[in-house]
Design a protein around this ligand. Structure first.
Ligand code: SF4
Length: 126
């Protein structure tokens, strides 16, 4: 979705048995998707849906919304490099990394860093 585009429709779907994805349609007709939950196979809960509504504004401009969510949550042993390349071009990379550090996101590529790299960064920052 283009940075700054307005979201005119939004829904939550399962991309796989364990990945819950929010899909937004922008005012330009573009479509974006992002992972909003993982690790469960049940229907979206009220709290997951509220989480979508309350997403930080910067997430609307996340470049990863134009790519498969699985790219940013690769299987164990798979490369993070495709996700890092996307993050390197993302306008909201700093916001994304700050959010992941603040919420201690354990998994996935946020701001171009893996969970292990974010934990190391947090330890260095004290
Ligand atoms: S930095 Fe990467 S993970 Fe974060 S919003 Fe941008 S593309 Fe998505």
């Amino acid at each position: 979705m283009e940075p700054g585009a307005q979201v005119v429709a939004s829904s939550v779907r399962r991309a796989s048995p364990s990945l819950l994805v929010a899909i937004d349609v922008g005012s330009s007709g573009s479509i974006g998707a992002e992972v909003v939950g993982r690790g469960t196979t049940s229907a979206p809960t009220a709290s997951e849906l509220l989480g979508v509504i309350r997403r930080p504004a910067w997430q609307r401009d996340a470049l990863c919304r134009e790519y498969p969510p699985q790219m940013f949550f690769p299987a164990i042993g798979a490369s993070f490099e495709p996700a890092r390349e996307v993050c390197g071009r993302c306008l909201v990379r700093d916001d994304c990394l700050a959010f992941a550090l603040e919420h201690e996101e354990p998994d996935g590529c946020w701001g171009g860093l893996s969970g292990q790299e974010r934990r190391a960064l947090a330890r260095r920052a004290g």
